[in-house]
Ligand binder design. Structure first.
Ligand code: CMP
Length: 137
């Protein structure tokens, strides 16, 4: 059993498609181990995305992630990390395969509806960033 972190970003929360996106995870056989709606602080967003601090898009990424509430979720199941990435589609929604979350709900590479951990190792780090062990079923 593997766990991975999903963030439903401010654009998708504003569009009122949180339930639709969570259903896609469940329909694919993933379980919701923990979930929370929250407003990220600037410090939260900068720390969460610290790996991108030197990238030219870092400032816009942080601004976008604090522009409204997000829904952070721990997904659990066999091959959860890669399953979630397949469900999300490519980072740039213009390159995302039809039927993926980003193809269906995202507008741009910044407002791209969802984040998902990109490795099992990073998933553990990202889950611990948001959730205490006792919150994880
Ligand atoms: P995410 O999976 O949340 O990880 C970092 C985010 O940076 C990414 O999704 C995009 O929303 C955003 N981003 C903006 N520009 C780029 C870019 N050129 N390459 C990768 N990510 C980008």
């Amino acid at each position: 059993m593997e766990q991975t972190l999903s963030i439903i970003k401010p654009d998708a929360v504003a569009k009122n498609v949180v339930g639709k996106i969570l259903s896609r995870f469940e329909d694919a056989g993933l379980r919701i181990a923990a979930t929370r709606k929250m407003q990220l602080s600037r410090a939260d967003a900068e720390a969460f995305y610290a790996v991108h601090a030197e990238r030219p898009f870092f400032g816009e990424l942080v601004e976008f992630m604090i522009s409204g509430p997000v829904v952070v979720t721990v997904l659990e199941g066999t091959d959860a990390m890669i399953k979630n990435r397949d469900l999300m589609g490519a980072t740039n929604p213009k390159e995302a395969e039809a039927g993926t979350i980003r193809a269906d709900f995202a507008e741009s590479i910044d407002a791209n509806a969802v984040h998902g951990s990109d490795s099992v190792e990073n998933a553990a780090i990202e889950i611990a960033f948001f959730f205490a062990q006792k919150e994880l079923s």
